[in-house]
Design a protein around this ligand. Structure first.
Ligand code: F3S
Length: 63
């Protein structure tokens, strides 16, 4: 599973960090870091983060 976060959309709501802290990390209020390649054991968490982001900034792709 690969992810992209549209950083122009991201407003730092941090739902992703709360739901999948091993994949998403927030530095400061709006500076989001993420692992583009998601480990298998984090897929479900990332799916929940994708659904929870209020501005739909997280895009998930299956190779
Ligand atoms: Fe940004 Fe959405 Fe996460 S706004 S911090 S990608 S929940």
């Amino acid at each position: 599973m690969q992810i992209v976060v549209d950083l122009n959309r991201c407003q730092g709501y941090a739902q992703c960090v709360f739901l999948a802290p091993q994949v998403f990390e927030l530095h400061g209020e709006e500076s989001l870091m993420f692992r583009p390649s998601v480990p298998d054991d984090q897929r479900e968490r990332v799916r929940r983060a994708e659904a929870a982001c209020p501005v739909q900034a997280i895009l998930v792709g299956e190779p």
